[in-house]
Design a protein around this ligand. Structure first.
Ligand code: ADP
Length: 227
């Protein structure tokens, strides 16, 4: 379980989150809300990428504040923009990068990379320069680079952003097959239709929380009210 306890966050005096408490126990959770409402700020706290100004995030009881490295092993993060995530020159090297940081034996790393490439029909792209892949392929690579580390939870930040229709379909299908618990920040309501729970963030607070259909209705109504 990921537990968020009375989290507050400010950037240089700008208050972005103002007392968020949540217990995330469901398998598929969406975080929705307007631009600048603090969704990414909250999501980045879930794996210790960002430490809240006040409050705590606990992942399976482990503090993201004091044990960030352990929490990052449990919680993978798929960034909105693959360019921010792909760090190595080739597909193979990028897949291996996180495992090398985990100090796994070389044979284990090679085995996991081979299996991941084969499972996603990417073996022919093993030595391809990552920056020359299509947008859809880059997104796939970032997800596989996270999956290969076998996290228990995955955060997706606007996963469908900038993907064409075919790449969106492929990614949706792949996400549907994942056994991991995941939390998705998105404006794409098709993506979260089958989710267990949606959380609407607005004005630094949880504005609605529950079954996605009802939460999306609340969001749409709040946008209509404010014109
Ligand atoms: P969302 O993901 O909902 O669009 P963010 O969490 O990215 O919202 O941003 C919330 C607010 O915090 C915005 O006003 C944004 O400009 C501001 N913000 C985000 N990151 C930073 C940062 N590193 N430094 C200063 N302000 C930031």
């Amino acid at each position: 379980m990921i537990e968020i306890r009375n989290v507050n966050h400010s950037y240089d005096g700008l208050s972005v989150l103002r007392g968020i408490s949540l217990e995330l126990t469901e398998k598929r959770i969406a975080i929705i809300g307007g631009n600048g409402s603090g969704k990414t700020t909250l999501a980045r706290m879930l794996n210790g990428l960002l430490v809240p100004s006040a409050g705590e995030v606990l992942v399976d009881g482990i503090s993201a504040r004091t044990e960030g490295a352990k929490v990052r092993k449990l919680v993978g993060y798929v960034f909105q923009n693959p360019e921010h995530q792909i760090v190595m020159p080739t597909v193979e090297e990028d897949l291996a990068f996180g495992l090398e940081n985990m100090n796994l034996p070389k044979t284990e790393i090679a085995g996991r990379v081979d299996a991941m490439l084969a499972a996603h029909e990417l073996t022919h792209k093993r030595h391809a320069p990552a920056h020359l892949l299509s947008g859809g392929e880059q997104k796939l690579l970032t997800l596989l680079s996270v999956l290969i580390m076998e996290p228990k939870y995955i955060i997706f930040d606007e996963p469908m952003n900038s993907l064409d229709l075919a790449a969106q379909r492929r990614l949706k299908a792949l996400m549907n097959e994942l056994s991991q618990t995941f939390i998705t920040i998105t404006h794409d309501f098709d993506v979260i239709a089958g989710y267990d729970r949606a959380i609407l963030i607005g004005d630094g607070l949880v504005q609605a929380d529950g079954e996605p259909g009802g939460v999306i209705e609340r969001y749409v109504a709040s946008v209509s009210e404010t014109g």
